[in-house]
Design a binder for this molecule. Structure first.
Ligand code: NAP
Length: 455
């Protein structure tokens, strides 16, 4: 894939970038390694000051950073500036809490003193996707840099200007040179970087094939990885729920980021008692969303990020309809330039169709009718993925069953799934392993060192 900015609203090529040569990559790794040797000795107070400054830059430049994200991957300008602010929140959160999260922790034993010391690891490689081009990277940067690690970013090839803007923010915030650098490389160059002994670990957010590749390369040299992969989150509605509220949140939960979010609700599993009410309100809400120019304030759903993604979505819907799925609204691309697809609701989805089996990365919702909670949970778990999940019910015993029995890294009750710097984020099954964010997130890439001092 070329490293280039292509406007998804028009598919016009705006700018291309020459990939870094192997010599340039080697020199950046050398620079990162040298930076780590000094950076690991900086204090939490110094790192915190730089991280707070990064937050201020993100806040003050949210409009132009937002325009950059929208130009490169098509999210609405409104959501893009909100993304810049969310990054600032993560920076502030870790600036304020990292020292406490990584403070020595006494563990009483028969020793005179025994404790856990959390120490930085070194260079961490971050392989990141285009869908939240700032948020995905800052939720790596904020904890990792506060922990005393340094970062190398291999961003998705369609968001090179976002990648360079992030490097510039970290530098302007005052972090020492070399603490965070962007590598402009294709995915074929990742192996060479990851096998370098100076790279200590890798985090990847993206697709299953990318995750399998990075984890197996890292596994060969026993390096830790964290994988945040795909999802096909269930959104379950039971009879005691506020159906009107659930239906309106459902449209938002499916179409967030033009439908291209790993934790977007994708499968809507509705109890038969409220199915008709939910289906008509939800279909109406999906059909009313404004599709168009993502730079316009009134737009709800912009284009998919690339022409390939649009082609894949068209294939998945057409194949599902050919197998018997029913289109309640939408069901096709928008004629004209750009990668626009109509918000779509599918029902009567056959088990062997792509809409049932695969992750659908676009504004297409799958509706299922179930007769009771057992069937709802069985259907929700009938997927290789296990990222987020949500269930709408006011019944306490049903809530307990969803918490206990949904096979997912996250369960939200009477709310859509969202990431929050204070809470761990990640999945089970083929959605990956490890957790970002929260107190546990910052401990993924540290040496958890046991210290024992004889009495
Ligand atoms: P992708 O193709 O896997 O790309 C993600 C990143 O991995 C890009 O930087 C890409 O580089 C790189 N990459 C691709 N193949 C690779 C390989 N074999 N070796 C090393 N690096 C490789 O994913 P995508 O289609 O852009 O992103 C959408 C996917 O990400 C969806 O499945 C979505 O659910 C998932 N996602 C998960 C989360 C989460 O937190 N769980 C969050 C967001 C997205 P190039 O661009 O150069 O190919």
């Amino acid at each position: 894939m070329p490293i280039a900015t292509i406007d998804p609203s028009t598919n016009v090529l705006l700018k291309t970038f020459a990939p870094h040569s192997p010599a340039e990559v080697a020199s950046k790794i050398e620079h990162a390694d040298a930076a780590f040797r000094a950076y690991r000795n900086t204090s939490f107070a110094e790192r915190s000051r730089w991280m707070m400054r990064a937050a201020e830059i993100l806040e003050s430049e949210k409009a132009e950073l937002g325009r950059l994200m929208t130009t490169e991957m098509g999210k609405t300008l409104r959501s893009a500036s909100e993304e810049a602010l969310k990054c600032a929140w993560a920076c502030r959160y870790y600036a304020e809490h990292a020292a406490a999260f990584l403070a020595d922790a006494d563990v009483p034993t028969s020793a005179g003193k025994s404790f856990i010391s959390y120490q930085s690891l070194g260079i961490v490689l971050a392989v990141m996707p285009w869908n939240f081009p700032f948020w995905q990277v800052f939720r790596f940067i904020a904890p990792s840099l506060m922990a005393g690690n340094v970062g190398l970013l291999k961003h998705a090839s369609n968001v090179p200007q976002c990648a360079l803007a992030i490097e510039s923010i970290v530098r302007r915030a005052g972090f020492p040179e070399g603490v965070f650098q962007t590598l402009l490389i294709g995915s074929d160059a990742v192996e060479g970087v990851l096998t370098d002994p100076r790279i200590k670990a890798a985090t990847l957010t993206g697709s299953e094939p990318a995750g399998m590749s990075v984890a197996s390369i890292a596994g060969r040299s026993i390096k830790k990885t964290l994988l945040e992969l795909g999802g096909s989150d269930p959104f379950i509605v039971m009879p005691s729920a506020d159906v009107a509220e659930a239906a309106s949140v459902a449209a938002k939960a499916r179409c967030v980021n033009n439908g291209q979010s790993c934790v977007a609700a994708k499968r809507f599993i509705i109890h038969e008692e409220v199915y008709e009410r939910f289906a008509s309100r939800f279909t109406q809400a999906m059909g009313a969303l404004v599709v168009g120019d993502p730079m316009q304030e009134r737009t709800d759903v912009g284009p998919l990020a690339t022409a390939d993604l649009l082609g894949e979505l068209v294939r998945q819907v057409e194949a599902s309809v050919a197998l018997g799925a029913k289109v309640l609204t939408g069901g096709k691309r928008v004629n004209g330039p750009g990668n626009f697809y109509m918000p779509t609701v599918l029902a009567d989805i056959p088990k062997n169709s792509p809409a049932y089996r695969e992750e659908i990365f676009g504004p297409v919702a799958m509706l299922f009718k179930v007769k009771d909670i057992d069937e709802a949970i069985r259907l929700a778990n009938d997927t290789p993925f296990g990222l987020g999940s949500c269930a709408w019910t006011r019944d306490g015993s049903e809530q307990q069953r969803f918490i206990a029995e949904l096979e997912a890294g996250m369960v939200f009750l009477n709310s859509m799934v969202v990431s929050d710097p204070r809470l761990p984020f990640g999945g089970v099954k083929r959605s990956g392993y490890g957790r970002e964010l929260g107190e546990v997130g910052i401990r993924e890439f540290v040496n958890i060192k046991t210290v024992w001092i004889k009495a």
